[in-house]
Design a protein around this ligand. Sequence first.
Ligand code: NAP
Length: 242
Amino acid sequence: MNSITVITGGSRGIGAATARRLAHAGHDIAFGYRRDHAAAAAVLADIHAAGRRGVALPADTTDPDQVTALFDAAADLGDLTGLVNNAGVTSPIGPFVDLDPDHLRHVVDVNLIGYVLCAQQAARRMNAGAAIVNVSSAAATLGSPGEYIHYAAVKAATDTLTTGLAKELAPRGIRVNAVAPGVIRTDIHTSSGQPDRPDRAATRIPLGRAGEPDEIAGAIAWLLSPDASYTTGAVLRIAGGL
Ligand code: NAP
């Protein structure tokens, strides 16, 4: 069976590392992104260089029509076998009382509604043997006080989505798992106003450093692989001991 995998937010960070890793593992890939066309083109070139088929298209995961277009593009490659629900955002780091309602809504929109819309498309199109990986966060259990509690709460919802969907889709032979990264060195920290957060966080991480995107991509690749055939409903924490 060919591996045809959709990745949301595949242009940068964890999504880009996952696209590259999966291409080397033999997956054909359709990935979406929001606006960084140059970064998307670089990832697409690497997928092709690995000898796999790939398609990249701007697909805002908060928009049901754009989500459908992304899955339709994947269908042109073949039957869907994998989804990496990854596109996510934080908002400016700060105290809970200062949270702007627009930032709150955007975090819920991308990290929860977007994940549900994509999982729905996948669940409609997948057959036995397929798998979904939701990218959650260690924040779901840490709560992110003083940073972004609303983001942590939405990531906890991702874990619940994983639990419920794993049970609902198990009778059809479709597995659903999550990874819960700790502090990983990507641009997401620049977007939240603290580009040096991975280095500053290192002192409170038991392994003494932030993680790299490829250290998450490896776990995602395993969860999508036949080696994880008896793993469903799991939230795999990859957080350096946090
Ligand atoms: P990142 O480097 O900021 O990359 C985010 C990706 O998502 C980009 O490809 C971006 O596209 C895309 N994206 C953002 N909003 C989108 C939308 N509405 N529709 C479609 N694509 C969208 O982030 P990251 O650190 O790799 O994070 C990936 C996932 O890991 C997120 O779910 C995040 O919550 C989770 N996570 C990250 C960390 C960490 O420390 N980095 C820790 C725990 C969990 P453009 O390039 O076009 O903007």
